[in-house]
Write a protein that binds this ligand. Sequence first.
Ligand SMILES: [Fe+2]
Ligand SMILES: [Fe+2]
Length: 133
Amino acid sequence: MLFKKTEVQQVSNVMMNMLHEEEIEIVNNFHDAVVAKDIDKIDELFKVLIYDVEDHFSTEEDMMEESQFYAAAIHKAEHDSMRKKVQAIEAAWNTNKDPKEVQNFLESDFKSWMVLHVARWDSETAMHLGDSI
Ligand SMILES: [Fe+2]
Ligand SMILES: [Fe+2]
């Protein structure tokens, strides 16, 4: 398990909390496979993770656009930097099939990014959105 549910804070928008809960579950399953060094399962769940990350980010970006959130561009830039990192680690995985490399990424980069990103950008965006969407 990479995340306990309480490690990612709740924000003031129901949809965003749902996206985060879903992502935590998917990342935790993926992390289990990585720790177990189950190559086939990692291959399978990597696709699920990438699909989910894109769904999470693009849903937030759509909501920001619809509500004309003043810091939408900065928030999206934060997503874009993680999109690039996820793509890079997937490319590395496809080349090296090294679970340790993926594990390091999840436990250092991804985990701290997610906790800080939700606390900083998602919580502020959620206050702007409220529960109107
Ligand atoms: Fe988010
Ligand atoms: Fe976000």
